[in-house]
Design a protein. Structure first.
Length: 203
């Protein structure tokens, strides 16, 4: 009788614009959504995978999205020394089908987001503007940022100023400020003349 074997886990790394973050891409869907762990406490509470990665002394942040994990490292380590360990660990973790994120994570994050004031209330013309800004970010900015191992979320709009939240490899990345100002800000100003500036908060 034939036994069905799961396809082997493929894993490769991709550079991100942030020299301290590296993207580990697998051929499995890990999580349909974005999960950003900047602290060990959050990881311990919500993600067995992130919690296990934080046990390595070189890990300072873990970001899980779709089929990849972005690891941010402590500055005093070199990727060539630590990458093989991280790669091997993620590969065997995924191959063993262990839990990536705990039950209830999405609901808990949605609650934090709304408390953080992501769901600002907009009226009339402003509501239309915000809808357009969100659509532009989702359509043009998000896919590019995701390719770099990060994420961008709209946070608020106030008198021409758009606030966004940067996560994953984008958080704390020197080039993300440049991308933000030259790329995202320019595009939004062009498409939505009411926008005067874009500012970022780290997720």
């Amino acid at each position: 009788m034939e036994t069905k074997t799961a396809s082997p886990i493929m894993l490769y790394t991709e550079q991100t614009p942030n020299p301290d973050s590296l993207k580990f891409v697998t051929n499995r869907m890990l999580y349909k959504g974005t999960a950003d762990f900047r602290t060990q406490e959050l990881a311990q509470e919500w993600s067995p995978l992130a919690k296990a990665l934080f046990e390595f002394p070189f890990v300072s942040g873990v970001y899980i999205c779709n089929n990849f994990v972005t690891i941010s490292k402590e500055m005093n380590y070199l990727w060539e020394d630590i990458m093989p360990k991280a790669k091997e660990f993620i590969k065997s973790y995924v191959a063993e089908d262990k839990e990536i994120l705990s039950e209830g994570f999405e609901e808990a994050m949605a609650k934090i987001e709304s408390e953080r004031g992501v769901e600002y209330h907009y009226e009339g013309e402003e509501a239309e503007l915000v809808k357009k800004i969100k659509e532009l970010i989702d359509k043009y900015v998000k896919p590019a940022v995701e390719m770099d191992g990060g994420n961008i979320e709209f946070k608020s709009y106030d008198k021409g100023k758009v606030s966004v939240i940067l996560q994953g490899s984008c958080s704390g990345c020197p080039s993300s400020t440049v991308t933000l100002k030259s790329g995202i800000e320019q595009m939004l100003k062009r498409m939505v003349p009411q926008v005067t500036e874009v500012v970022a908060e780290m997720g």
